[in-house]
Design a protein around this ligand. Structure first.
Ligand SMILES: NC(=O)c1ccc[n+]([C@@H]2O[C@H](COP(=O)([O-])OP(=O)(O)OC[C@H]3O[C@@H](n4cnc5c(N)ncnc54)[C@H](OP(=O)(O)O)[C@@H]3O)[C@@H](O)[C@H]2O)c1
Length: 333
């Protein structure tokens, strides 16, 4: 099998031939048609992730065809077109993941390869309306956005949601899902071009978080949103506390911009805010996300696509946060 291998921190990614994988009981091999990047993959290349083990085959997102199965796996799975739920061992509690929870692609071998080994329960039929690239773009960011918005954020039709950093993979899915269920969507970005792309996809308004008074402007034009979905944290988190409506919810699924600056607890208790975290999602959440995608014929926003041999260019695109939506890596046909 061909794999993109990271041998140590900051070293160039190499494409290597490795031994084929063998499925054990309950496992399947998916021959991948496409994979997609997440910020996590980039952070691992920078050594900024807990428990990194080398050599590593990165990648959590993938879609392909089940080519081989282990014992006690239904033979009808062979030849199925699938996408992969990258959350391994979530456990039975819908509120949070078990202590055995892992994400495909670290410490185990990931999807930036021609094939990947996963538990049979982690593959789901590919929604028919999606291409291979679209299917590969969906799993990790789609699942994270779905849980953050719908489960932790209790999103409701007709409500207003503010989604920060709309260029991000998770953020674009949150926007897609929120629009599909009939929410009013406001967004932020560092890029006016990305803001205008978001408006063209249905966002009601966009604000550049690099400007001083974007929060005031948003409030005067659209009032205070009752739901905020944030993957940035950082100094801008204080603005979100100002902006959330009384009784509102701020869901945090990431901290790309680092630790929040000063958190004004007075605002939290006086406005009766719900501040809640969200990480990926359960198998149930994954099924519900796929159901939403299929019912509304939703398609991931793909920024750009690379062939596996150009993997370094794909990581550069992410390093500079140039993307609007997902970065896909296709396998040779
Ligand atoms: N909890 C989980 O399960 C989970 C799952 C996936 C990702 N994450 C985390 O969520 C974050 C986003 O992940 P991703 O894969 O969507 O990454 P991504 O596609 O690389 O998106 C990152 C985006 O963050 C935005 N950003 C950067 N600084 C910002 C700031 N100060 N304020 C607002 N937005 C800012 C930028 O948006 P603009 O380009 O529009 O400025 C950038 O495009 C990462 O921290 C990641 O580790 C967590």
């Amino acid at each position: 099998m061909k794999s993109v291998v990271l041998t140590k921190q900051d070293s160039p990614l190499k494409i290597e031939d490795r031994d084929s994988l063998e499925p054990s009981e309950g496992q399947v091999i998916v021959s991948l048609k496409a994979s997609a990047l997440n910020r996590r993959d980039y952070w691992i290349t920078q050594g900024l992730y807990p428990g990194i083990q080398y050599p590593a085959v990165l990648g959590s997102d993938g879609a392909g065809v089940v080519s081989r199965i282990g014992a006690n796996v239904d033979e009808s799975m062979i030849g199925l077109d699938v996408l992969i739920n990258p959350g391994l061992n979530w456990g039975n509690n819908q509120s949070y993941q078990s202590s055995d929870f892992q994400i495909l692609g670290m410490p185990g071998l990931g999807t930036l390869a021609s094939e990947v080994l996963v538990p049979a329960e982690n593959v789901c039929p590919k929604p028919e309306h999606l291409s291979w690239s679209e299917a590969a773009a969906l799993p990790l960011a789609g699942l994270t956005a779905f849980r953050a918005l719908m489960k932790q954020g209790l999103a409701k039709t007709g409500d207003t949601v503010l989604i920060t950093g709309i260029g991000g993979g998770v953020a674009t899915f949150a926007m897609t899902f929120a629009l599909a269920i009939g929410m009013k969507v406001l967004v932020t970005s560092s890029s006016d071009e990305k803001l205008s792309k978001a408006r063209s996809l249905g966002a009601a308004a966009g604000y550049n978080y690099g400007t001083d008074d974007w929060g005031k402007q948003l409030k005067s034009e659209h009032g205070m949103p009752n739901l905020i979905v944030d993957g940035a944290g950082g100094a801008g988190y204080g603005v979100l506390l100002n902006l959330a409506s009384p009784g509102g919810t701020i869901v945090s699924y990431g901290s790309t911009a680092g630790a929040p600056g000063k958190v004004d607890l007075f605002k939290v208790f006086w406005k009766q805010l719900r501040l809640i975290g969200s990480t990926m999602g359960s198998a149930n959440d994954f099924d519900e996300m796929l159901d939403l995608v299929s019912r509304h014929n939703l398609r991931p926003v793909i920024d750009c696509q690379f062939e596996m041999e150009n993997i370094t260019d794909a990581f550069e695109q992410m390093a500079e946060s140039r993307q609007f939506g997902k970065i896909v890596v296709n396998q040779p046909v």
